[in-house]
Design a protein around this ligand. Structure first.
Ligand code: FAD
Length: 388
């Protein structure tokens, strides 16, 4: 008999499994997929670690989490510096002095700030003529107004408008302003996308990292907890269950589906050593059907595990589309309607005394890996404090 059955061998389930095992509990991990590591799964193709569910870069400000994850992998010095391609014009991301120099030819931070401020002021003035505000203050009513009021018209038109439309499937003036409360604007020549103290890619791939977390722990793959026949047996094998799958699926969508945006990846192995010279290139115009192309080898500087140059390359074109039941869920929509529905499911889950629901799908939240680890450690801390 196991103390805990952990449903899902992603990073949330793996941290729970490791911590419980190290505390002397007997654990079984299952996953419905044929591999461990959940969405951070990487597969080695011709010496290249391919991120099968989208590009993943570990980044955190939390020293404890950084120390924790370094127990299971060595991290390289990769710094995420995506490039935006707007109809063949290339810009640095996130918006920084390189971007502003390319866009306007400005050299100093003051000149860049002045440019953004004047575009912002002109836009707000134009808007207020069409929508007079009684108080005189300007409150953006949608994402377009929010974005332009933060970064001006040029950056919005070339780097935000088309990309966001593709990402969310709707024009920016039909999306809530809340999606981009802030837009990082750096008045320095700094292309580092993540403003984090610690950052890198697990050398040898994230799958191996999760493999080390699960070392010595019983694992069953191709095992779907929600298959009634399988569940009946599994529930008898363990005293308690930690479930990291979708919370609505757990209750057979009784109250309806939670909504997501989904992604499709078109992967290609190319007989060339260098396709785009960077790991991530975003296509920010509206006409290009994909949002970005990831060239996986550059996460590890184009080298294989022995440090040799790799003569071929693997790219993934990423397409964003509306999620339908049965498809992989990637980004929670997280609007008022969905959050309300989630709260209802959460109450149902909390009422089950030996079942704990967590992870990105269980909590219906976009969590980076570092926060996922924090949440898993919190749950286990709580469980281990309870009288057994
Ligand atoms: P998952 O990885 O989804 O694991 C859940 C597991 O449960 C899956 O393996 C699933 O098969 C299994 N499961 C579900 N239902 C069942 C069932 N019924 N029976 C058995 N098994 C089941 N984070 C970063 O820190 N850096 C990044 O650069 C980054 N990039 C991202 C890019 C994209 C496109 C997306 C969508 C996310 C990104 N993230 C990134 C976030 C990262 O993917 C998550 O933090 C992480 O995957 C969460 O882990 P998890 O264990 O909660 O979920």
């Amino acid at each position: 008999m196991y103390d805990y059955l952990i449903v899902g061998a992603g990073i949330f389930g793996a941290v729970c499994a490791r911590e419980l095992t190290d505390a002397g509990r007997k654990v079984l991990v299952i996953d419905k997929r044929d591999h461990i590591a959940g969405n951070i799964y990487t597969e080695c193709i011709k010496g290249i670690q391919v991120h099968k569910y989208g590009a993943h870069i570990f980044h955190t400000n939390n020293r404890d989490v950084w120390d924790y994850i370094n127990r299971f992998a060595e991290f390289n010095r990769y710094t995420n510096s995506p490039i935006a391609n707007y109809k063949g014009e290339l810009y640095s991301l996130p918006f920084n002095m390189y971007t502003f120099n390319k866009m306007w030819g400005v050299i100093t931070p003051d000149q860049a700030e002045e440019m953004i401020s004047s575009q912002r002021a002109a836009y707000i003035e134009k808007l207020q003529i069409s929508v007079p505000s009684s108080s005189g203050s300007f409150t953006p009513r949608n994402l377009e107004e929010q974005a332009i009021s933060l970064v001006g018209t040029d950056i919005y038109e070339k780097l935000i408008k088309g990309y966001t439309r593709k990402q969310w499937g709707r024009p920016c003036n039909e999306l809530p302003a809340s999606i981009i409360r802030r837009l990082p604007v750096r008045l320095t020549y700094d292309n580092n996308y993540f403003n984090a103290r610690y950052q890198g890619i697990a050398i040898g791939g994230f799958t191996d990292m999760i493999g080390r977390m699960l070392d010595g722990i019983d694992i069953r793959l191709n095992t779907d907890y929600l298959d009634p026949k399988i569940r009946e047996h599994l529930d008898q094998e363990a005293h308690a269950v930690i479930y990291t799958g979708a919370i609505d699926a757990l209750f057979d969508y009784k109250l309806g589906n939670l909504e997501y945006r989904s992604l499709r990846f078109e992967e290609e192995l190319l007989e060339t050593p260098n396709y785009q010279g960077n790991a991530v290139v975003n296509y920010t115009d509206e006409e290009t059907p994909y949002t970005r192309i990831v060239e996986h080898k550059w996460f590890e500087f184009g080298k294989d595990s022995e440090g040799n140059d790799i003569p071929v390359t693997v790219i993934s074109r990423e397409y964003s589309h509306e999620w339908k039941p049965g498809e992989e869920s990637y980004y929670p929509i997280g609007d008022e309607k969905n959050l309300k529905l989630y709260e209802e499911y959460r109450k149902m889950a909390d009422a089950l005394p030996t079942l704990y629901v967590g992870g990105r799908l269980g909590e219906y939240k976009y969590y980076d890996m570092d926060v996922t680890i924090e949440r898993a450690l919190e749950l286990i801390d709580d469980l281990l404090r309870r009288p057994s």
